[in-house]
Design a binder for this molecule. Structure first.
Ligand code: HEM
Length: 493
């Protein structure tokens, strides 16, 4: 049966190629470079390797706008400063853009906003507002210390798994329920579900959203498992007449259905985990390759810990987590400015994908090109992040670019940094993400001597290449790296 369907699809594909009429190098109607496309699927290269395809087009189009097709839809990639101004100031639709062009989100994004007028982003922002973060701070610090205390005295682990797990556990606190967060087996189970949801998201999901490929079946099953885990907790609370002080209770009290709750949790985890986890791993890598900055950050953390305690030589980081917790979130934020500089610079260098939108209003004009109603749009971050007139020697890691004076100086150029978004859709999780990353770096550096090494255990001399598997995501490294650690007395070296 499956082989018949595959044969039929192949026949449709070949017919499409044969009868294709739109394989032009230059689209006369749009008057911009346009990639060859085929009936039904559009531009095939986009589906094979979206990141590689867009990067190759950026070279090929020589700074001009360019277009390609995803099925019957025109996608225009805006460029440079005029493109930036149109992309971030007009009323373009955020959800519609990502739902179509980022297959990772096809199944988890809602098709409409939350009940009433509240947007999903606004609703999510409410879950991570300052009072909630302040209240959760001690528990989140304890979550980290419980996990890193299981690492033992010394060892080497894959940061894209183990450091990522820390971010995952913290994000679960912000999006799920106490029953999951207090049970390490549930944290691991949810992480596996999340991996399958992400791994099942291939570009084919855009062309054939209904086709039961093994990847898609895997994703649906993972979604089903998440639904079942949540449903069990909701039923147990109902049966026992029990209430908890956690995000799930808020969703239940708001009258959300189980499907809506499952979607909200999956979306929040996607928004919170993937970028924060991978940015944090890259931060550790960048610090390793730039030892002067690593030393600055280490000294800053020692100073911060000394102002908070005189604890020496503990077998666990739990006591230091308690003391940091008592100082509140603002102390951590204010006393680690070098970490801020390094995180921003890491984001500038590693966040190299594209933003996505759809023009759902009237036609607009950018650099003389008409962007018709219904057109999908992309904007590459590299057009700003690697523009030497904005960031001299753009490929060098220079955290000093983020000093308050340098930032103030760049303000006259308008939007120059997209690491946390810009315009109408600035990241609502910026403060949360920074705090999560800082909590983890501080506790890991407080408890361990830690270095990033290559998979043979050799010191990293240069940056590893990134494995660009998604367009809007900070991706992991292509070759494995390891976090090598050895427990140290807590306090000054
Ligand atoms: C290092 C971690 C993170 C990075 C680099 C990051 C980056 C971004 C960027 C660039 C955007 C704008 C996308 C666009 O305009 O197309 C965005 C939006 C958003 N982010 Fe984050 N984010 C991070 C962590 C988080 C966390 C922890 C949360 C929530 C818990 C979150 C929630 C959101 C939401 C809801 C939006 C959509 C805002 C809207 O529609 O107005 N993000 N993020």
């Amino acid at each position: 049966m499956i082989s018949h369907i595959v044969a039929l699809l192949l026949a449709i594909l070949l017919a499409g190629i044969y009868f294709s009429t739109s394989g032009r190098k230059h689209d006369v109607k749009l008057n911009i470079p346009t990639k060859r496309s085929f009936w039904y699927i559009g531009t095939p290269e986009f589906f094979v390797d979206p990141f590689g395809f867009i990067m190759e087009c950026i070279e090929w189009s020589k700074g001009e706008l360019f277009s390609f097709r995803v099925m019957n839809n025109t996608v225009i990639v805006l460029r440079g400063i005029p493109g930036r101004d149109a992309f971030f100031s007009k009323g373009l639709d955020f959800m519609a853009g990502y739902r179509m062009l980022n297959p990772q989100l096809v199944d988890v994004m809602p098709v409409s906003e939350i009940k009433g007028d509240e947007s999903w982003a606004g609703f999510m922002a409410n879950f991570i507002r300052s009072e909630v973060l302040e209240r959760m701070y001690p528990t989140m610090l304890q979550d980290i210390s419980k996990i890193i205390d299981t690492w033992g005295h010394s060892g080497a682990t894959d940061p894209f798994k183990n450091v990522y797990e820390l971010v995952f556990a913290l994000s679960m606190r912000l999006a799920t329920c106490n029953e999951f967060c207090d049970d390490p087996t549930k944290v691991k189970a949810l992480m596996r579900i999340f991996d399958r949801l992400e791994a099942g998201s291939t570009p084919t999901s855009v062309i054939l959203p209904w086709f039961p490929t093994p990847a898609r079946i895997g994703r649906l099953l993972a979604g089903g498992e998440l639904y079942k885990m949540i449903s069990d907790v909701v039923q147990a609370r109902k049966k026992e007449g029990r209430r908890e002080d956690d995000p799930l209770q808020v969703l239940i009290d708001k009258g959300f259905t189980l499907v809506e709750i499952t979607r909200f949790i999956a979306m929040t985890l996607f928004a919170a985990v993937t970028n924060s986890g991978n940015v944090l791993c890259w931060l550790l890598i960048y610090l390793e390759v730039h030892p002067a900055w690593k030393n600055r950050v280490r000294t800053e953390i020692q100073d911060f810990l000394e102002t908070s305690s005189s604890i020496q030589s503990q077998p666990s980081v739990a006591p230091i987590a308690n003391i940091i917790a008592n100082m509140g979130t603002e102390a951590m934020e204010a006393q680690t400015p070098n970490l801020d500089l390094c995180i921003n610079e890491t984001l500038r260098m590693i966040f190299t994908g594209t933003f996505m939108r759809r023009n759902v209003a009237e036609d607009i004009f950018v650099s003389g090109t008409r962007i018709a109603h219904g057109t999908f749009l992309m904007y590459p971050t590299a057009d700003l992040h690697f523009d030497p007139s904005i960031y001299p020697s753009p490929h060098s890691f220079r955290p000093d670019r983020w000093s308050p004076e340098a930032v103030e100086d760049r303000k006259k150029m308008g939007i120059t940094f997209l690491g946390w978004g810009a315009g109408r859709h600035v990241c609502v999780g910026k403060r949360t993400a920074l705090l999560m990353m800082k909590m983890i770096v501080v506790l890991v550096m407080a408890g361990f001597e830690a270095d990033i090494v290559d998979e043979r255990g050799q010191m990293l001399k240069e940056l590893p290449a990134a494995k660009h598997d998604m367009l809007f995501k900070v991706c992991p490294t292509k070759d494995n790296v390891l976090l090598r650690y050895r427990r140290k007395p807590i306090g000054r070296d």
